[in-house]
Design a binder for this molecule. Structure first.
Ligand code: UDP
Length: 415
C-alpha cells in the first residue's frame, strides 16, 4: 500500500478535509527525524497507539521511528511502582531499585544514543525511559515527555524523584488538564485516540462476531457485559465481578473479563489469580487470557457485547472506552481520569463510582434497549469527532511545528 492509499483510507472513514489538513500541517515537517521511545512493543495503550501513529507519520513524509527500551524484571518492578505511585498509591522504592532504574536507562541510552542525539524531535512515553534524555548530553533536537498516566494526585516522594528527570525536557504532554504538574517547561494537552482501521476497531463480518460465542463458550441467549483490560487493580476487575453479581440478581446476564499481560507489567499474574478466585465457579463469568495479538478477537468481543464496562478507579485515558464506543456500545465507566472525557453521563454511557452504581446502570440499560441503542449511537459519534487517530496526529503535528519553530501555540496550557 502506498502512503497515499493509506491516507485515503483515513479520508474515507473520517472526511477528506481531515486528511488534507494533515497534509498541509505536515508540509514543513517532511524529512524531520522523529523518534518515539517506550518500554513495550505489545500490551497496553501506549503500544497500541504507537503501532498506528508511527506509520501514519511516515506516510506524511516524516522520518518517524519507534524504539523500545529493555530491562530486567527488577527494572519493570520499579517502573510499575512509578506507575502505581503516579496514580496515587504510596509506593516505597529503595535506593538500589532507583539505581537499577537509572543504570538500565544508561545502558539503553548507550544503544540508542546515536539515533536519539541526532533526532529533531524525541517523544519519550511514560516514566520508564524518562532518564534517557539525561544520558544523551549531545542531543540536537527537542525532547518531549509524554505522560499517559492519570497523574492528578501522584504520591509526592516518587513524583519528586521523577520530576528531576522530567524537568530536563523541553515540554511535556498530558491527556487531561488535571494531570498537568508544576514543571519548568511548557505543558500540552493531547488526549489519546484509537485507530478506526486497525484490527482492533475495523468493521467485522457479523459471522466473525457471532463466532466468539462458540469460541469462548458464551451463551448466545444471555446479555453480555465485557471489560477488556490488563489484569491491574486500577482497572477494578473485582469490582466488575461484584457489579455483575448484583445486576444478575435482577437480570440474567454473563460477564467477560478479557485481558492479557503487558511485558512491562509484572503484577498481572497476581491480579489474575485474585480475579479467578473472586469469580469462583460461576459458569457465566468468563475470564479470558488472550495473547497480545488478539486484536480481532477483542474487536469481536466488544462488538458482541451489549454493554462495555471500564470500571477503573484511575485511568489515564482508557482506550478500551473509545474502542467500545466506536462499536456503538454505551460504556459504563469509572468516574475518573480520561474516562470522564469520553463517557458523557446519560449520553454516551454512565459514570459510576461503585459496584452498586455499575449494577444499577447495567440493569437499566438491559431493560431499556431503545435507550441503550441511542446511547450507543451517540457514543460512536463522539469518538468519530474527537478520539480518532487523525485528531491525535493533527495535534502532534501542531505540537511538533510549535517545538521546531519555537512558537507558542494554542495547545499550550501552562509553562
Ligand atoms: N488490550 C489488548 N489485550 C488485552 C488487554 C488490553 O489488546 O489483553 C488493549 C486494549 O484493547 C486497549 C489497550 O490494550 O487498546 C489498553 O489501553 P488502555 O488505555 O485501555 O489501558 P492501559 O493498558 O494503557 O492502562
Amino acid at each position: 500500500m502506498t502512503n497515499d492509499d493509506l491516507l485515503d483510507k483515513y479520508a474515507a472513514v473520517t472526511r477528506p478535509e481531515v486528511v488534507d489538513h494533515l497534509r498541509q500541517l505536515s508540509a514543513s515537517l517532511v524529512g524531520m527525524k522523529v523518534v518515539h521511545v517506550n518500554s513495550t512493543r505489545e500490551g497496553g495503550g501506549v503500544a497500541e497507539i504507537l503501532h498506528k501513529l508511527v506509520p501514519l507519520e511516515q506516510a506524511l513524509g516524516i522520518d518517524a521511528t519507534w524504539e523500545v527500551i529493555t530491562g530486567e524484571s527488577d527494572f519493570y518492578q520499579c517502573t510499575k511502582g512509578f506507575h502505581n505511585a503516579l496514580q496515587g498509591y504510596r509506593v516505597g522504592l529503595s535506593e538500589s531499585q532507583l539505581a537499577h532504574y537509572e543504570e538500565t536507562n544508561r545502558q539503553n541510552a548507550d544503544k540508542l544514543r546515536g539515533e536519539l542525539e541526532e533526532a529533531d524531535i524525541v517523544f519519550i512515553h511514560d516514566p520508564q525511559p524518562a532518564p534517557l534524555l539525561h544520558f544523551c548530553p549531545g542531543r540536537q533536537g527537542r525532547w518531549v515527555w509524554r505522560c499517559h498516566i492519570d497523574a492528578s494526585r501522584p504520591y509526592r516522594p516518587v513524583w519528586k524523584y521523577l520530576r528531576n528527570w522530567v524537568g530536563e525536557y523541553d515540554a511535556s504532554v498530558f491527556s487531561l488538564p488535571e494531570f498537568a504538574q508544576p514543571l519548568p517547561h511548557r505543558q500540552y494537552l493531547i488526549p489519546p485516540s484509537i485507530d478506526p482501521l486497525s484490527e482492533k476497531n475495523m468493521d467485522l463480518p457479523p459471522a466473525e462476531v457471532e463466532a466468539v460465542f462458540d469460541q469462548f463458550d458464551l451463551d448466545p441467549d444471555l446479555p453480555l457485559i465485557v471489560q477488556v483490560s490488563r489484569f491491574d487493580r486500577f482497572k477494578d476487575p473485582i469490582g466488575v465481578i461484584e457489579a455483575y453479581r448484583l445486576a444478575r440478581k435482577g437480570t440474567p446476564l454473563q460477564l467477560v473479563l478479557a485481558g492479557g499481560g503487558a511485558s512491562d507489567d509484572p503484577e498481572g499474574e497476581i491480579v489474575l489469580a485474585e480475579v479467578r478466585q473472586a469469580a469462583g465457579d460461576d459458569p457465566h463469568i468468563h475470564i479470558l487470557v488472550l495473547p497480545p495479538d488478539a486484536h480481532r478477537t477483542i474487536n469481536a468481543l466488544q462488538r458482541a457485547a451489549d454493554i462495555v464496562v471500564q470500571k477503573s478507579i484511575k485511568e489515564g485515558f482508557g482506550l478500551t472506552v473509545a474502542e467500545g464506543m466506536w462499536k456503538g456500545k454505551p460504556v459504563i465507566g469509572g468516574d475518573t481520569g480520561g474516562i470522564r472525557l469520553q463517557v458523557i453521563d446519560h449520553h454516551t454511557g454512565f459514570l459510576v463510582r461503585t459496584p452498586e452504581g455499575a449494577a444499577l446502570r447495567i440493569r437499566y440499560l438491559l431493560n431499556q434497549r431503545d435507550k441503550m441503542r441511542a446511547m450507543g449511537r451517540e457514543a460512536r459519534a463522539l469518538v468519530k469527532e474527537n478520539f480518532l487517530l487523525t485528531r491525535l496526529l493533527r495535534e502532534h503535528l501542531v505540537l511538533m511545528i510549535g517545538l521546531i519553530s519555537g512558537m507558542d501555540e494554542r495547545l499550550e496550557v501552562g509553562g
